[in-house]
Design a protein around this ligand. Sequence first.
Ligand code: ATP
Ligand SMILES: Nc1ccn([C@@H]2O[C@H](COP(=O)(O)O)[C@@H](O)[C@H]2O)c(=O)n1
Length: 416
Amino acid sequence: MLKRAMFRCGQLCSRVFAVEFDLRTEPLYFTLNSTPQVLHKAYQELFGDDGKLFSLHVHCDNRIEKAQTHAEIKHQLSIALSRDCDVFEASSFIPDVKNSLVKGFFIRDKSTTDLSEDVLKTLQQSKSVCVFSYKREGQYCWQEMLSPVNQVEESVRQYITPAAAAEHHPSTLNIRNSDVFYNMDEAYKVLKECTDIIPESKEVLKLVDEQLETSRGDGFPVIVIEGLDATGKTTLTEALRESLNATLLKSPPQCLAPFRQRFDSEPPLIRRAFYALGNYITAAHIGKESLRAPVIVDRFWHSTAAYAIATAVGGRVENLPEPGSELYKWPEDLLKPNLVLLLTVSPEERLRRLRDRGQDKTIEEAELEVNQLFRLKVEEAYKRIQNPACIIVDASPSPQEVLQQVQHLIRNKYHL
Ligand SMILES: Nc1ncnc2c1ncn2[C@@H]1O[C@H](COP(=O)(O)OP(=O)(O)OP(=O)(O)O)[C@@H](O)[C@H]1O
Ligand SMILES: Nc1ccn([C@@H]2O[C@H](COP(=O)(O)O)[C@@H](O)[C@H]2O)c(=O)n1
């Protein structure tokens, strides 16, 4: 209860709230003030008379618990609230302060029942969940904490005050070491913190520990093939293996295959740490194999970072960290490939290939299909990663032509 009170009184005043009201536009930003302030039109739309309004934030010192509570609440809201409720992604943050983002939801209940209030009061029982309700009072709107069931809290009202748009989308504040890991230790720590609740974490860490140190002298070239799914990576990497007499590796490596489904169902913090560690295991394999033959790698760090950034950043491509941001920097301790090629095809051609393949799709792949915004963000994030940056390859021609194009690129560089 003390934490909740601190969140309410201490940090809250300097915090800015952001509601992703419409994913195609800027979030709506507001702060809190003890004096009422007239709301502008956009705010009146959000805080209008149309239904009851609530916001819910998860705040907790234990990052694993926090990530899992957030994911669990997202799931509960999606099943417990009726179609009369709109649920928007929301967050609160301190402008320009890294890791200050607290993720949550904004709920508009247009139903005639008190369904959402009951659901939210039950969720509020958790010590790490903080629920606020919003009340219109003429041209003003105020926020106060929703009392948990059977508990009457002293109520402090704060008025909604429109705030200026944040220079960088708030979700970018927490990407480092929550969504993207820039050295192995940070990803390792996350899985270590999970061993009690996810026993498979121990096995993954054991596999990481078993890998010898990655050292690579002047071996054969290492060529990474990247791209959204169904852009032709498998087709091309197999053809390259044959034509170059190369070793073909993948990230995540085969030894992690039995754990992939388990970690795919976990929140981003844990899921991304798993994929990050996969890259280090693959790097160890690259280190050994590149002493013997050229190495072709199907997905590596570009994929890990691009998908993670695109998922973490809500809404439009403009919300991504700006080009040149440190968030696109290659991890300091991860083996660098010599060449990274990004396969691109038009969205229509990709969908045609996905359909022809007719395989089961992972949730994220299915999301790609329906979510044009997400696809654009993944591709743009790929292109913004530097040192090594990827060379874009038009993968729409026939497999043979794509292979020739890539062989030409490799020959020019390595005379292979
Ligand atoms: N150049 C091409 N022209 C036409 N079809 C292609 C081409 N390359 C691959 N395909 C077909 O598109 C589908 C997807 O190709 P592939 O499996 O190689 O993509 P991928 O990038 O490895 O996908 P994922 O990442 O989902 O494993 C397959 O059915 C494949 O036969
Ligand atoms: N190095 C990697 C490889 C993959 N991912 C994640 O896996 C998904 C795509 O993998 P496919 O096997 O379906 O091609 C995608 O969701 C990535 O998030 C990764 O993070 N790092």
